[in-house]
Design a protein around this ligand. Structure first.
Ligand SMILES: Nc1ncnc2c1ncn2[C@@H]1O[C@H](COP(=O)(O)OP(=O)(O)OP(=O)(O)O)[C@@H](O)[C@H]1O
Ligand SMILES: [Mg+2]
Length: 591
């Protein structure tokens, strides 16, 4: 019942289209089911010249076509045309409804995924999300386009046939009716069993694609480690599993068709055997026996198919659930009118901030002040919580306790979207879109202004580099475009952020892949063009943060030291140790 409600909510807005579609199904069913009665009329009334019975149908036929074979043929032809027309509109209307609904489901899914909380993507696998947005939606599309109308068709077909058969001959119809439940139960049982195998086969296919996707994605690592043979074996293993599962599925179907055909033949055999026996005895007409035979053929497909439709309904229900799981997620952007959208000037104050990922404590009482226009350098071992700290500033996660204030306003009172639009963050992992260089740099801009883009690229020291590409700023990035070096990617990512004149700029290890000289050049340019912006630079390289107004040493989620370069280099601690290692490395030419 719950699922029926869900289907109902999905079909909202398309009720009228489905209603007309059901009407065309009704029309097609009626026209196809009239044929056996017309054949019976031809045999009994026209050929055998029997008298017209009390049947309403025979009286109508007599009125319409009399005893003329030609008129009856014209009537049969007309009905065939009507039936064809109904079938055409049935297909057309149900695909209009299903495509419309699927489009709206996809739009809602994509919008939801754009707005869902950031940590949702930590727990979900990309492959799984893609499968939900593609093959699960496709399962629903098929169900809505084919099966939903088919249910109407099957129910109508079976009901009308039973009604006609009982009216034609009660004894013969009892024989037909006695076999139908057997066929239906067998078909339902088969499809319930086969559903499990469909699931196994789906999973096997998904794991085969994962192996393939992983291999293609990590082809450089595979080549670098010369592990092609291992990868081939891994693929062959998955491929064999998929092929075995598919073979099992084919075998199951190979059993299904002959057994369900056996029931049909049994039904037909009984109708013909008893029908002819009773016809010879004169208790039924030959036309009735032939019409019965034709109706038995008509019944075969819907009864067999009903099992399939019911089991596919189960499959679609699983897809419905998987899609609903995404749609029911809480969004990241609360529509709280009270959230503030203040002008961001750049003063940042952390007071005893504590933060943990579910049960993993990461920041343990972090406090510091940054005035407008100041630069803060953050240094610390891997995993010490540097990235987590700056993710809190743009509210990708919310802190558990303590306080973070921007320009005196508590962060939790500021609208997230507003905050992210007004703070420039270059993430530690560089991701560029499969677009050209210009579009990548201007991705946050509504219109692309060449001068803005060139200026940002110049500050990020990548302008000359871009011009040296064959197609300059039009150079395509990504799989089908040029492969950029790590440093080029980082600099394009920096340009993408600084193109907006933010009052707070954050660089999370964003210069790790560029040489020391370029690193210095970029910082120099930043100082020139964005001197009024509060800047946070996370780096493992002392030279990147040496000129910062303040330097924070973060160890194990706590500030272990804080000061200027001159203060820190004198104090025993991590900063002094790293400084020594890096200076020695420079002298020896290692770094
Ligand atoms: N999404 C997450 N869920 C759970 N734990 C996480 C998550 N992201 C990071 N962590 C953990 O939190 C700790 C701090 O991670 P963080 O990324 O802040 O370190 P970092 O100082 O930036 O390190 P690095 O210098 O390597 O970039 C690590 O132990 C890490 O394993
Ligand atoms: Mg980090």
């Amino acid at each position: 019942m719950n699922y029926l409600n869900k289907i109902y909510t999905y079909t909202k807005g398309y009720g009228r289209v489905y209603f007309f579609s059901s009407l065309t199904v009704f029309g097609a069913t009626i026209f196809s089911l009239l044929n056996p009665l017309i054949i019976k009329y031809i045999i009994d009334i026209i050929i055998q010249n029997s008298s017209i019975s009390d049947s309403y149908f025979e009286k109508s036929m007599d009125f319409l076509v009399g005893k003329s074979l030609l008129n009856t043929a014209v009537l049969l032809f007309t009905f065939a045309v009507f039936q064809g027309t109904c079938l055409y509109f049935k297909g057309k209307l149900s695909s209009i409804a299903s495509e419309g609904m699927v489009k709206s489901i996809k739009d809602r899914l994509y919008t939801k995924l754009q707005n869902v909380k950031y940590n949702y993507f930590n727990k979900m696998e990309t492959g799984d999300l893609l499968q939900r947005c593609t093959s699960d939606v496709e399962t629903i599309r098929k169900f809505l386009a084919i099966q939903l109308v088919e249910v109407v068709n099957i129910i109508l077909m079976i009901t009308i046939i039973f009604f006609i058969l009982i009216n034609l001959n009660l004894k013969l119809s009892m024989i037909v009716l006695s076999i139908v439940p057997l066929m239906f139960i067998f078909s339902l049982y088969f499809f319930i069993v086969v559903k499990k195998h469909f699931k196994i086969s789906d999973e096997a296919e998904a794991s085969l694609s994962t192996v393939l996707q992983e291999n293609i994605h990590g082809v450089r690592v595979v080549k670098a480690f010369a592990s092609e043979d291992l990868e081939i074996k891994k693929f062959q293993c998955s491929n064999k599993h998929y092929s075995d599962v598919t073979y099992k599925l084919i075998q199951l179907f190979a059993c299904y068709w002959p057994i369900s055909s056996f029931f049909s033949f049994l039904q037909m055999g009984l109708v013909l055997f008893l029908g002819i026996k009773w016809a010879v005895a004169g208790s039924v007409t030959i036309g009735t026996v032939i019409a019965f035979g034709m109706y038995v053929r008509h019944l075969e497909f819907p009864v067999r198919n009903l099992g399939r439709v019911l089991s596919d309904f189960g499959k679609a229900a699983i897809s419905f659930e998987r899609i609903e799981e995404i749609l029911n997620n809480q969004t990241d952007f609360d529509k709280n009118e009270e959230l503030k959208k203040p002008e961001i000037k750049g003063k940042i104050v952390f007071k005893d901030v504590k933060f943990s990922y579910i049960d993993k404590p990461v920041l343990n009482g972090v406090s510091f002040n940054l005035d407008i226009g100041e630069t803060l350098g953050i240094l610390g071992p891997t995993g010490s919580g540097k990235s987590s700290l700056i993710h809190l500033i743009v509210r990708l996660y919310d802190y558990d306790s303590g306080s973070i204030k921007i320009d005196g306003i508590e962060l939790k009172e500021i609208d997230k979207k507003w905050l992210r639009k007004n703070i420039g963050l270059v993430l530690q992992e560089t991701f560029l879109f499969a677009k050209n260089v210009k579009e990548n740099i201007g991705i946050t801009k509504k219109t692309l202004d060449d001068q803005d883009i060139f200026a940002a690229a110049k500050t990020a020291s990548i302008h000359e580099g871009i011009l040296s590409f064959k197609e300059g700023y039009k150079t395509q990035i990504g799989e089908k475009g040029v492969s950029l070096s790590g440093g080029q990617k980082q600099r394009i990512a920096i340009a993408r952020t600084i193109i907006n004149d933010h009052k707070i700029l954050i660089f999370d290890d964003s210069l790790s892949a560029v040489d020391i000289e370029t690193d210095a050049l970029i910082r120099q340019e930043l100082k020139k063009k964005h001197s009024s912006s509060t800047t946070i630079i996370i780096s493992h390289r002392i030279s990147s943060i040496v000129n910062s107004d303040k330097i924070m040493i973060l160890e194990d989620g706590k500030i272990s030291d804080y000061g200027t370069h001159n203060q820190l280099k004198e104090r025993d601690g991590l900063y002094k140790r790293i400084l020594k290692i890096q200076e020695d490395g420079m002298k020896e030419g290692i770094l």
